[in-house]
Design a protein around this ligand. Sequence first.
Ligand code: TTP
Length: 676
Amino acid sequence: MPVARPETSETRVIAHVDMDCFYVQVEQRKQPELRGLPTAVVQYNEWQGGGLIAVSYEARKCGVKRSMRGDEAKFACPEIQLVQVPVARGKADLNLYRSAGSEVVSILAQSGKCERASIDEVYLDLTDAAERMLADAPPESLESMDEEVLKSHILGMSREDGDDCKESVRDWMCRRDADHGDKLLSCGIIIVAELRKQVLKETEFTCSAGIAHNKMLAKLASGMNKPAQQTGVPYSAVQELLSSLPIKKMKQLGGKLGTSLQNDLGVDTVGDLLQFSETKLQEHYGINTGTWLWNIARGISGEEVQGRLLPKSHGSGKTFPGPRALKSLSTVQHWLNQLSEELSERLSSDLEQNKRIASTLTLHASAFRSRDSDSHKKFPSKSCPLRYGAIKIQEDAFNLFQAALREYIGPFGINPQGNKKETWRITGLSVSASKIVDIPSGTSSITRYFQSQSTAPSHSADGCVQEHVAMTPSASEGCSEQRSTETEVAMPEEDTSVTCTLPNFENSYKDIDLVSEKFPCQDVVSCPSNEATDIPTQSESNKGTQAKRIGQKINNLKEKNRGIPSIVDIFKNYSATASSKQETQEDSTVSSTSKRVNFSISSHNSEVNQEVEERRETDWGYKLDEIDQSVLDELPVEIQREVRSFMRPNKRFNVGKSKGDGSASSIAHYFQPLKR
Ligand code: TTP
């Protein structure tokens, strides 16, 4: 069945740029004597020579694979050079690689809309640049073409070896009768070749690229010819490309959905999907997934390149393979402390450098239970509002872990002393911070505030919510990248997986930094979370039970006050208006939400506080009967006091009267610079 060209309004030119054996290149730049030698980067774990996480192409030629450990690699290639990843806090420290990735991004971002998809991958939307080139200097008008362009692979183009091949590429690109899509693609190929040369010149790193009319095809193409090569995908080659592409290789089809397609519909390649009507696919997998499958079978994908140069989330994780599996709460806590500290550092520098703030903390772990038949049960992921400061993150992460463990092992399985009764083992732990939004300018004070919080004693973590990992096909559509954004990755096999589950710690045996978008499909719902602290849960809250706990006084206040949101809610509000950041900074008639955030952070005087009061009345619509204890406990102590005073009408504070002198407790004061 022929594949129709998508009837989209606009033909786009998208590139996917992927660094070649990235960590190896970074290490080789640091130690130039390693260049050209078979080299691999090994994780911080000396067991059997450490697990390989990056392998140079010279080593690959000798049969070395990423799945090997150092000892095996030496056996396969005795001259291999093994370089250990930098280490901090007893785990891999990826900062070197992160900043190397940023160097590349800053070069590529000059060419058009740029999306940093992972530590070493970038999508570029080159449509405008290609259109400009086509108008000003189309390929056929060029006197000569760069070697790098002529070395390109163009799918569907018959090619011969050597110079003839370059001639074929030139001819293909200079066809006067080519359609608009192919002409734009040719311009994209020229632009990307130039960018890759620039990256090499400025960073000494080689990269490979795919150039196509959408992200999906560009990504597929970038891995086809590596290292240091590029591949173009004209519309006319799409059908052939997909007809032989194993279904599991397609992004988001590596997991359960792909398996179901294989087992239930007998689909082995993406092309096999063409035999099913859209209705049929919808019958099997629901409307959205059905349509999505129908589209990808035809190479259609509307996913846009997001203009995003910064990671969507931060994570820090570590695996504990084999005998290293953790078996007591105290060792789990020790490692959570290390991971939380690292996470906190990265959050602080993100805040400092990029003025961004995260609002959700998530704990993931992988575990097994040695003594029962249910040993494959997944360790639940848990999340809660994120509180800044290493100590708070440590506390919250540990509380999340305990809540998850209770659920994992059942109420009678836990032995807090971690003695021999224990049957659980933890093979991987990670903490991640997500829902990152920009905060407006003028935030140096808040930075200082958070820094000071990091050393302050903190209270227990509350309000943890269960991560229901959505495994339904339709949920999978929300997964943009399994492995992306600023992370070391644990799942080579799962790169294209649809699953939104825990990283495959056991398989990879690597120190990892969790992949931020590995969990985009999580449907966070509330659940009983922390029995130990006897905190009312959000679900109780929804049912109104928490109202009893907070007491009748709240109801009395409902009429009078609208309540105060937690910092998390403030930033959640802000996130909805993040796009109006510019407005917030430049225009005094900005939307009220963004304005009030900016305002609250930087204002000090009474006039300002008055406005806070006014806005509180009109904008900060927080329902008091929805406040539960856990939300209160999440606030800094002074704000807790303030909120609680709302519950005691006679002692109610008056924001309007606060002069912002540091003595009055108010939400505005909370955002003011810390008085030392
Ligand atoms: P990849 O882009 O998957 O691989 P690569 O750059 O090493 O090699 P290729 O040329 O085939 O693209 O991963 C980028 C870096 O991420 C890699 O250099 C090391 C790190 N990584 C891990 O730490 N663990 C993993 O499981 C994978 C897949 C990558």
